[in-house]
Structure formats: structure tokens, C-alpha cells
Design a protein around this ligand. Structure first.
Ligand code: SME
Length: 157
């Protein structure tokens, strides 16, 4: 297996070197859990964010999937928190300060900013990727763009 090799540089440069490596990592594996676990690991290695993980849409709620970081809430209702809102709105949500997001679910008090990106298959959301930072204002449109690109690499059978 090829190790993830990281370049130093701007956030965009790191994403640009990371993207083809993640694409290669997941391209020949059909097991979704394995791929999501490796995506979390690669993102943790590249950016060392506080918490990186997936929630699956299961029976009308979100259920915790593969992640890197401290233990987290296992279930999130439709429309609740940042994750449930991204699912309901079918769009990426960037939260510069979680204290200013009404209904934010604090799995950890250390988390101060957050981004949630929906994973689509045939226009339906089957999971969300949630990333938390222990710093304010960590995420922007660059993260939204490249994280969404990464999610498109996941082979969906
Ligand atoms: N903060 C999220 C909950 C999940 S944890 O951050 C891992 C939310 O408001 O949906």
C-alpha cells in the first residue's frame, strides 16, 4: 500500500498533493467503511484537525461512522445540529464559530469551528463528512471545494 506523502505549503497546495493520493487509495476498494476510514486517516495526517468523521443516513437519522478523534455523539436527528442541517439543506455548511450556530451539537467543548459536507449518490444524501477544529474560523470555501472533490472519489456500488 502506498503511504500518504505530504508537502508543506498553503492549504490549497496540500489539498492538491493529497487529492490524487486519496483517489488512488480508494479507487480499487469497494468496501465503503474501509474507504471512509482511510479518508479520515489521510485528512488527519494532512491537516491534524480535531475531529474528522462520517455520519451515515440510516432510518431517518444520522449514525456515527468511521472517524478520527475523540469519541462523539452516535446519533443526530434530521435538521438538528450542523450535520442534520447540512443533510436537510442538502448543502455544505461552514461554521466559523460554533457558539453562533443555533442548535449546534457540542460533542466536544474543544471544537470551535466546523464544516459539514454532504455525500451524494444519485442526488440523495447517504452520509455527511463532519470536520471540527479547536480553532475559530478554520474552514472556508477552499475546504468546501476540495473536501467535496475527495468525496466524489468514493466508489459507490
Ligand atoms: N457538531 C456536530 C455534531 C457532531 S460532532 O461535532 C462530531 C453538529 O452540530 O451536528
Amino acid at each position: 500500500m502506498q503511504e500518504i506523502l505530504l508537502k508543506s505549503g498553503s492549504k490549497e497546495e496540500i489539498y492538491k498533493s493529497l487529492l490524487p493520493q486519496i483517489e488512488a487509495l480508494v479507487a480499487h476498494e469497494v468496501d465503503t467503511i474501509a474507504n471512509l476510514a482511510n479518508i479520515c486517516g489521510a485528512l488527519k495526517q494532512a491537516f491534524n484537525w480535531w475531529w474528522i468523521g462520517f455520519y451515515f443516513v440510516k432510518n431517518q437519522e444520522l449514525v456515527l461512522g468511521p472517524f478520527q478523534g475523540p469519541v462523539a455523539c452516535t446519533r443526530i436527528a434530521f435538521g438538528k445540529g450542523v450535520c442534520g442541517s447540512a443533510w436537510k439543506e442538502k448543502s455544505t455548511i461552514i461554521v466559523p464559530d460554533v457558539h453562533l450556530f443555533p442548535g449546534h451539537i457540542a460533542c466536544s467543548n474543544a471544537s470551535l469551528s466546523e464544516i459539514v459536507i454532504p455525500c451524494f449518490k444519485n442526488n440523495e444524501i447517504w452520509a455527511v463528512l463532519d470536520v471540527d477544529s479547536e480553532f475559530l474560523n478554520t474552514f472556508d470555501e477552499i475546504d468546501a471545494k476540495y473536501l467535496a472533490e475527495i468525496l466524489k472519489f468514493i466508489p459507490l456500488v
